[in-house]
Write a protein that binds this ligand. Structure first.
Ligand SMILES: [Zn+2]
Length: 340
């Protein structure tokens, strides 16, 4: 089969990879209907994260089940499924508490390489959620978004305790930040401030429910958020970047007693103890437990109440994955959908 492989920073190639097979009795193999490039794929692509030799890429996927192992009970061949970027058993105490990426049996889907024609999914019953019917093709981008970016933005909003009466600020205007806006809106937030300096991203943020746009960043951005909130800061702040600057911008924009939901993959972030101590801010985040939210998100999408697939502003054949990475790296595209 064809699949994207990262050889070195900036060097993504689509080449022949071995067809995945059932390796464990709890596995499924799916034929991908769509896959995509994640903002987090750009960390190794840019050489900020080490590239471990030729590495299969991709961890976002929707598709049709082709084969299941003999211990798979609920997932069946022919079903259309959406999965999380972490495989998990969904039965242990940690999974049942809603923290599937920390499942003791969790496996990172990225190492299996979802930017491909086929994918082996471990722990199929715990990891995959079947859609009610085979979805119409126009729903594919939104269902694919549920596999990671929507679920991640949603977790950011939940962790930030976005809800009725709350002012929510969102740091980061990538796909996750934009879908954090959508999530905050769905959760009933009163005011949603998107922090973005890009016209097209501001428009999408407004489409998803942003009521205000702040173009300043860093300390100036913090000052603007305070100006807009009686000097207090936002109740809820979603951090969707993962750098020192964005994390401090998020914490400093939050009012005492407020909540930061941090979902940008943390890179060289270190938090100063004393300011944090006196901030009275709650911090919660990490790799999103997408599996927790998938049934609800699939329901909202198939009932056409949300359209998170609008974050895909570039669609390319899988064979042109390299251009998909370049476009995102150069910020010409918010997010690239790849069709196998
Ligand atoms: Zn578990």
């Amino acid at each position: 089969m064809r699949g994207a492989v990262l050889h070195a920073p900036g060097d993504v190639r689509v080449e022949d990879r071995p067809d995945p097979t059932i390796e464990k009795p709890t596995d499924a193999v799916i034929r991908l209907a769509a896959t995509c490039v994640c903002g987090s794929d750009l960390w190794p692509y840019r050489g900020i994260e080490d590239v471990a030799g030729p590495a299969p890429m991709g961890h976002e996927y929707v598709g049709v089940v082709e084969e299941v192992g003999n211990e798979v009970r609920d997932i069946r061949p022919g079903q259309f499924v959406v999965g999380s970027f972490f495989a998990s058993d969904n039965t242990c105490e940690i999974c049942r508490a809603g923290y599937q990426p920390s499942c003791p049996h969790a496996e990172i889907m990225g190492t299996l390489g979802a930017q491909a024609e086929h994918l082996r999914v471990p722990l199929a019953d715990g990891t995959l959620v079947a859609t009610p019917d085979t979805p119409s093709p126009d729903l594919l981008p939104s269902l694919l978004a549920a596999s990671d970016v929507l679920g991640t933005g949603w977790f950011g909003a939940v962790a930030a305790e976005a809800g009725p009466g709350k002012t929510v600020a969102v740091v980061g205007d990538g796909a996750v930040g934009l879908l954090g806006v959508l999530a905050a809106k769905q959760l009933g937030a009163e005011r949603i401030i998107a922090m973005s300096r890009h016209e097209s991203r501001q428009q999408l943020a407004r489409h998803f429910g942003a009521t205000d746009i702040v173009t300043e960043r860093g300390d100036e951005g913090v000052a603007r958020i305070k100006d807009m909130t009686n000097g207090f800061g936002a109740h809820s702040v979603i951090e969707a970047v993962g750098t020192q600057e964005s994390m401090m911008q998020a914490i400093d924009s939050t009012r005492p007693g407020g909540h930061v939901g941090y979902v940008g993959v943390s890179h060289d972030v270190s938090l100063p103890g004393l300011p944090l101590f006196f901030s009275h801010v709650h911090l919660h985040g990490g790799p999103a437990p997408v599996r927790r939210f998938l049934p609800e998100l699939i329901d909202l999408i198939t009932r056409r109440e949300i359209d998170p697939g609008r974050v895909f502003d570039l669609t390319l054949p899988l064979d042109e994955a390299a251009e998909g990475y370049r476009a995102m790296d150069e910020r010409r595209a918010i997010k690239t959908l790849l069709t196998p």
